[in-house]
Design a binder for this molecule. Sequence first.
Ligand SMILES: [Zn+2]
Length: 266
Amino acid sequence: MAGGSDRLCDKSKEVNEGMQGSGGIYRPGKFRWKRRRLKRLARNMLTIVLLAIAGLAITWRIRIRPPHLPGGAARQAAITQDPPGIIFHASMTPSRAGGKPIDAAWIERIHAEDHPAWATTFEGKVYHIGYHYVILPDGTVQKGRPDRCIGCHAPHFNTWLGICLIGCFDPAIGHHWKPSRPTVAQIAALISLCERLMSQYHIPPERILRHWDTKKTWCPGRRFPYRAIMARLRQYGAAHPETSLRAQPAVIGNYPAEAATAGEGR
Ligand SMILES: [Zn+2]
């Protein structure tokens, strides 16, 4: 250990070395050289470990979360046939939050944050909002997912169209939130939207349900006037034979029976 004796040198030598560099009177011993080599080795090891972690992360993203689809949006929409029915929902929220209206864009953002797995790609676009339509308290109808894109609003009924009214229509949830029952404008908009969809997709009134008809939930709420709405839609169905065409085998023959009856096994 040549450096051993050097290490016994007095402080002035170290100061000298510091001033004169490695070429000075005091030469750094093996210890210093070894320390530098160890440092380099540690740096290299760290680089290798970091590269390995980066490699694993990239592989994970490619395999589990395609990088172009946020939040694990690997769910691809396969629905191309006419939606078999309609499910009514309520947002179970007030009409505004943080000074801004709660609308389709707000739900899109919230579903993206809270339910990343609901994201669905349809014709190149990613949808986070689970519903196909949103109806605001003033009667404005907003689009969520395209009609032929599978929804994410009711398990076993996601091929059906999901319509969400903004408001909180059940006494069990947020009883101070407004609107506490659907507004006149909302109901009028809902009825005319349903009539259009019934004719377009041959949906009979029997295929128009509340969320709670499909699972244990209060959605769309006990103050949602389902009976009154259905009375109007039954009248419409009776006057418009195209709404019951779905029952004819000749009409439903061109899309998969499995999709046409999806969600019926309640
Ligand atoms: Zn619902």
